[in-house]
Write a protein that binds this ligand. Structure first.
Ligand code: NDP
Length: 684
């Protein structure tokens, strides 16, 4: 008999064993003891205080780009050790393919956040949210929404099914926001999370206290959460409700994000009859969702909503496919589906199938008779896929309420698309649903009908058959969460997920002082003129450095030359009578792009210098028509500077305002450039 590993918690800078007897955790497939878990004796108030005091200030002192680089280094270090995680993952009952979702899916999510942090966030410590709101006519009083990291700790309480992804998808946006984390994995599979946290701590990449781990019960931890902390929870609705209504959570209005049971649906479109590519894709997707991770996926398809006339064909096709799913030891090459997380979990799934049988009959698989290609059904939590059929789905309350968290789905008929939509809605809020159709009208009707009840909707058809990421894969750039019984929470969604750990504040004041707060020049703030700002490297350039150019008068010849040169002979530039008939113009007007081009001609500094490239413009607006004889002038102001980590340059955003002789703004936009950190460029 193997000697089970005694798990430790990583708290207050030390690996700490529990002081009690502990609970033995068993291999899902063999029943062998793997680990002993226990958190008795931990001082949970001290854990929260350590995160807040030791790590919070260090994380907040870093910029988004520094935190993103930290996540990248960590992700790469973990990826290099992935085989160790795969080996440990087998104990959870997961096959290599299941492990890929958890391990490489989790590390990939962290790396996506690292990349998004560098590409989509400024190299700064606060975020601005939206545009400046001018609050006075003379620009002496304005407002800007900003986001700053919460100064507490994010407590992440996770489910047993994704011991790695569940941790990494939450800590990546949290750390990017600048907030320390305490992770509490579900006990059943905590040994895999513990192993990864050991490796994370071993890299020394995170500031001490940025990640703490509790293996075992969280004891009285929630009694100590404050208004600056956040709690996220993934697991059963019952536990979620209990934690959400914890007195300290309520008293301190602690941000609480919950992801609980979800009766995700897949709808077969009326056009997707047997013989179409969509029908075949649907069969493959339902079977895959039932069997990946042995159906222990929060996004798995639980309800299969099918045109009445296609039920028989679908059940036959699914039966054939599921019968061919080899169930056995997760490490065996031939195994397609491994074990459930534990024998208790299998008992739980069998009990839930009995609940479902009140409203549906089993049409494929037998929950009690296990057919294996390897392993021992008495020792391992094996189970074959079970398909049910609810002939009267509007009367079958259980199929819309009971989540059997295993390889279990229920097929049900609909007569018209409205019915299909209502059936999907009867899940009362789900993480994801999908519709398989090649008909644009079906796609529109289903998506509009089900979207308010879902965090994500996937449309499957022949054109995306190869590229689709599938119904069940939450992706870092996309929202993961759902309303109602799915918990009402939202995770990931790219940078949206980072903002969950930050406070949005409207700051009002005079532009000079607002600009000092945000590190961004805004209209009305002071500006300084002198050397042409394009002659300044990042070492010299400052927010508010400004150039007011010479003027240029637009002539009819300019406009006609531009029109013929570019081919843009739109009537408003060329035909006086038609231009005058246009409600927006009094006469022929200059091209907007001519104005932008002349503006560049006015502000550019032509000699080789620190400005390396112009990579675009943002928010370009032509605000006032420019007629022949109008005189243009440009005011270009350095608005935002983002030096890149580990590169010799950075991005500079310039406020560009083009005015006419009456001082009316004719065009307004941000010019985006790459500027060298030093000039002349250092020798390579
Ligand atoms: P639980 O709700 O029991 O556990 C989820 C997490 O909460 C675990 O980390 C658990 O720790 C922790 N927890 C439990 N009680 C408390 C408490 N009083 N205070 C603080 N933390 C607590 O769910 P399970 O993981 O056992 O799964 C049960 C069911 O939940 C599944 O069968 C399935 O139906 C559903 N589920 C849904 C998921 C989804 O995303 N939709 C994902 C996973 C499960 P510990 O393990 O130590 O008890």
């Amino acid at each position: 008999m193997t000697n089970p590993r005694r798990l430790e918690s990583y708290v207050c800078g030390r690996w700490t064993p529990g002081s009690g007897q502990g609970q033995t955790l068993r291999d899902a497939a063999t029943g062998e003891p793997v680990a002993v878990i226990d958190s008795a004796g931990l001082d949970f108030a001290a854990v929260l205080a350590h995160g807040r005091e030791a790590a919070g200030p260090k994380l907040r002192a870093m910029t988004f780009h520094e935190r993103a680089s930290m996540l990248k280094a960590l992700g790469l270090a973990l990826m290099a050790q992935k085989e160790e995680f795969y080996a440990e993952s087998l104990h959870t009952g997961a096959t290599r393919a299941d492990g890929w979702v958890d391990i490489e899916g989790g590390i990939g999510t962290m790396l996506t956040y690292a990349s998004k942090g560098r590409r989509e966030l400024p190299n700064a410590r606060i975020l601005t949210d939206g545009e400046v709101e001018p609050l006075s006519r003379d620009t002496s009083f304005s407002a800007q929404h900003i986001l700053t990291p919460l100064q507490g700790v994010a407590v992440h309480i996770n489910a047993f099914n994704f011991p790695i992804w569940g941790m990494l998808e939450k800590i990546a946006p949290t750390l990017l926001a600048g907030m320390p984390c305490v992770v509490k994995p579900a006990s059943q599979t905590a040994y895999l999370t513990e192993l990864m946290v050991r490796r994370i701590v071993g890299t020394g990449i995170l500031p001490e206290g940025a990640l703490q781990l509790i293996c075992g019960s969280v004891g009285d931890l929630l009694d100590h959460v404050t208004e600056q902390d956040a709690v996220t929870f993934t697991g059963s609705a019952a536990t979620g409700r209990k934690l959400r209504t914890h007195p300290a959570v309520i008293a301190n209005s602690v941000r609480f994000t919950m992801e609980a049971d979800s009766l995700n649906a897949a709808i077969l479109g009326p056009d997707a009859v047997a013989g179409t590519p969509e029908f075949d894709l649907f069969v493959r997707e339902v079977a895959r969702e039932m069997t990946v991770k042995a159906g222990q996926k929060c996004t798995a398809i639980r309800r299969v909503i099918v045109p009445r006339g296609q039920i028989d064909a679908l059940v036959a096709a699914l039966d054939e496919r599921l019968a061919g799913t080899a169930v056995g030891l997760p490490g065996d090459e031939g195994t397609r589906m491994g074990a459930l997380a534990s024998l208790d979990q299998r008992d739980e799934v069998r009990a839930r199938i009995r609940d479902l049988q009140a409203a549906a009959e089993i049409v494929a698989g037998d929950p009690d008779d296990v057919r294996l290609t390897s392993g021992d059904a008495g020792q391992g939590a094996f189970m074959n896929p079970v398909l049910l059929h609810a002939a009267k789905p509007f009367e079958a309350a259980a199929v819309h309420e009971v989540e059997a968290f295993g390889p279990v789905s229920t097929v049900m008929p609909y007569d018209d698309l409205d019915e299909a939509v209502v059936l999907a809605q009867m899940g009362r809020g789900s993480l994801v649903s999908s519709v398989f159709t090649d008909d644009p009208k079906v796609a529109e009707e289903v998506v509009l009908g089900v979207a308010p009840f879902h965090g994500r909707v996937l449309i499957g058809n022949r054109a995306s058959a190869k590229s689709s990421t599938g119904h069940g894969s939450p992706l870092a750039p996309l929202v993961h969460g759902g309303p109602g019984r799915a918990g009402g929470g939202e995770e990931m969604g790219g940078i949206r997920g980072v903002k969950h750990y930050m406070q949005r504040t409207a700051v009002q004041g005079t532009p000079r002082l607002l600009s000092a707060v945000t590190g961004r020049w805004i209209e009305g703030a002071e500006a300084q003129q002198g050397v042409h700002p394009f002659r300044k490297s990042l070492a010299e350039l400052q927010i508010g450095d400004q150039l007011v150019t010479a003027t240029r008068t637009i002539t009819r010849e300019d406009v006609e030359h531009f029109a013929h040169f570019t081919g843009d002979t739109f009537y408003a530039h060329m035909d006086e009578a038609s231009a005058k008939a246009n409600p927006f113009f009094d006469d022929r007007v200059a091209h907007g792009y001519l104005i932008a081009s002349f503006a560049a001609g006015l502000f550019v500094e032509p000699n080789p210098g620190p400005v390396l490239a112009n990579y675009g413009v943002d928010n370009l607006r032509f605000l006032t028509p420019v007629y022949f004889g109008d005189t243009l002038q440009v005011r270009l102001t350095c608005k935002e500077i983002n030096p890149r980590e580990n590169a010799g340059h950075g991005e500079v955003r310039w406020d560009c305002r083009v005015t006419n002789q009456k001082d009316e703004v004719v065009a307004q936009y941000d010019v985006l450039t790459m500027v060298a950190k030093e000039w002349p460029l250092p020798e390579a």
